[in-house]
Design a protein around this ligand. Structure first.
Ligand SMILES: Nc1ncnc2c1ncn2[C@@H]1O[C@H](COP(=O)(O)OP(=O)(O)OP(=O)(O)O)[C@@H](O)[C@H]1O
Ligand SMILES: [Mg+2]
Length: 249
């Protein structure tokens, strides 16, 4: 038996002539930061969508915590502890950072965001919402409207909303994209601080970030896994150097 938290087994996803996932298999262990890297168009986002349940594979299976979740949708997988980060576009801009997290907690408890007014008034959500904001370094910004947060802080809030559901595995597709230098560093620190608390599958193009954060790395090229292992092995892998990292890696 494997000790994997998540196991993808032979995922295939085709878009017309393009095979975006080509018998893709992958294992994520509890608590690890697992980076998924590869050139543009390699199929990283498509892989994440199949793991989160937003997209269904043409073939293959996804197991989470030993259970076959292949046929479950994204909401059911999130309730089981497999979460994908919210996007900035899904923040409630007219609500405070704390309200946003309170709503995410409430939604996870099975209520709809429609009842935001209850979330705002529900004192039992305040404490957990504050503690999640603290985890992402936004404790001092709890009362600021989401719209008035800096872009980097909005990304931190996205992360807080994902963490509010207390996931065992968080899927992050380029969490540093569009951030300035200092904001990126803050996000890297934040992810480093979460290490061991939950597993993270991290899609990221910046190899300095990948090699500083990842416990293990899987390399995807044209939808196929060409290597998977610890950073030292990936760095030394001839096929990875040829296909992706280049000679100076
Ligand atoms: N909905 C779709 N319809 C048609 N083709 C798609 C669709 N989604 C992805 N593709 C194609 O599948 C391949 C993989 O795309 P994907 O977005 O998963 O790559 P990626 O590794 O995330 O790339 P990037 O690093 O640029 O984000 C690409 O050739 C892309 O054009
Ligand atoms: Mg992508």
């Amino acid at each position: 038996m494997s000790d994997a938290l998540l196991r993808a087994d032979g995922l295939v996803k085709r878009f017309g002539a393009v095979t975006a996932s080509d018998a893709l298999s992958l294992e994520i262990r509890p608590g690890e930061i697992h980076a998924l890297i590869g050139p543009n168009g390699a199929g990283k986002t498509t892989a994440i969508a199949q793991l989160s349940g937003e997209m269904h594979p043409d073939a293959g299976a996804v197991f989470f915590g030993g259970r076959d979740v292949t046929r479950l949708g994204a909401d059911a997988r999130a309730r089981a502890g497999l979460a994908r980060s919210f996007q900035v576009t899904s923040l409630f801009r007219g609500f405070t950072a704390e309200d946003n997290v309170a709503m995410a907690i409430q939604a996870h408890q099975g209520h709809s965001f429609r009842f935001w007014d209850n979330a705002r008034r529900d004192a039992s959500l305040r404490e957990p919402a504050r503690s999640v904001l603290e985890r992402v370094g936004l404790a001092g910004r709890a009362d600021i409207l989401a719209a008035n947060l800096a872009h980097g802080e909005q990304r931190q809030l996205e992360l807080a909303m994902a963490l509010a559901t207390d996931p065992k595995l968080l899927l992050l597709d380029e969490p540093m994209a569009g951030l300035g230098h200092d904001e990126s560093l803050r996000m890297v620190d934040l992810l480093a601080g979460l290490k061991g608390q939950l597993a993270i599958l991290l899609v990221e193009h910046d190899m300095d970030v990948v090699f500083s954060l990842a416990d293990r790395i899987t390399v995807l090229v044209y939808g196929k896994v060409i290597a998977s292992g610890v950073p030292e092995d990936i760095r030394a892998d001839a096929a990875v150097r040829d296909a992706y990292l280049g000679g100076d890696a």
